[in-house]
Design a binder for this molecule. Structure first.
Ligand SMILES: Cc1cc2nc3c(=O)[nH]c(=O)nc-3n(C[C@H](O)[C@H](O)[C@H](O)COP(=O)(O)O)c2cc1C
Length: 148
C-alpha cells in the first residue's frame, strides 16, 4: 500500500482541517496517510518510506510573504532534507484580499523544486473558509493519489 505523509502548519486551524480532509480523501484511494503538525516532524520523517509528501502552510504578513510561523521555522531547515526525486504536493489557506495570495504555497513549491523534488500537481490554494472548498480539496487529493 502506498503511503503519504501530510505535514501542516496552521495558526487558526484552517490548514490543519484541510490536512485532515486530504488524509481522508487519499485514504479512500487506498493510500495510507499520516498527518503531522510541522512542529513534530524531523529530518528522519523525510527519509522514511513515504511515496508522497503533502505539505501545507497558510500565508501571513502584509507587504511580504510570510509562511505560517511554525512552518517558517521548518522551512529554514529544509535544505537539510533529501527530497531529491521525491514526490511532493503543496497546499495552503489564505485570503485573496492580500497581495500575496497563498504565497507560502509558491514558496514551498519553489523550495521543493530547488531540492530536486517532483511536484506532482500544482499547489492547492484556498481562499477563505476551507469548508467552502471541500469538493476542490477532494478533487486535488484525488489528483495527488492518481500521480502515484
Ligand atoms: C495578519 C494577517 C495576514 C495575512 N496575510 C496573508 C497573506 O499575505 N496572503 C494570504 O493569502 N493570506 C493571508 N492571510 C490570511 C490567512 O492565511 C488565512 O486566514 C488562513 O486561512 C489562515 O490559515 P491557518 O488557520 O491554517 O493558519 C492573513 C491573515 C492575517 C490575519
Amino acid at each position: 500500500m502506498a503511503k503519504a505523509l501530510i505535514v501542516f502548519g496552521s495558526t487558526t486551524g484552517n490548514t490543519e482541517s484541510v490536512a485532515h480532509v486530504i488524509a481522508k480523501a487519499v485514504a479512500e484511494n487506498k493510500i495510507e496517510a499520516k498527518v503531522k503538525n510541522v512542529t513534530s516532524v524531523s529530518k528522519s520523517d523525510f527519509s522514511a518510506a513515504y511515496d508522497v509528501f503533502i505539505l501545507g502552510s497558510s500565508t501571513w504578513g502584509d507587504d511580504e510573504i510570510e509562511l505560517q510561523e511554525d512552518f517558517a521555522e521548518f522551512y529554514e531547515t529544509m535544505d537539510d532534507l533529501d527530497l531529491d526525486g521525491k514526490k511532493v504536493a503543496v497546499f495552503g489557506c489564505g485570503d485573496k484580499s492580500y497581495e500575496h495570495f497563498c504565497g507560502a504555497v509558491d514558496a514551498i513549491e519553489g523550495k521543493c523544486k530547488s531540492l530536486g523534488a517532483d511536484v506532482v500537481v500544482s499547489g492547492l490554494k484556498i481562499d477563505g473558509d476551507p469548508d467552502d472548498y471541500a469538493d476542490d480539496v477532494i478533487d486535488w487529493a484525488n489528483s495527488v493519489a492518481s500521480s502515484l
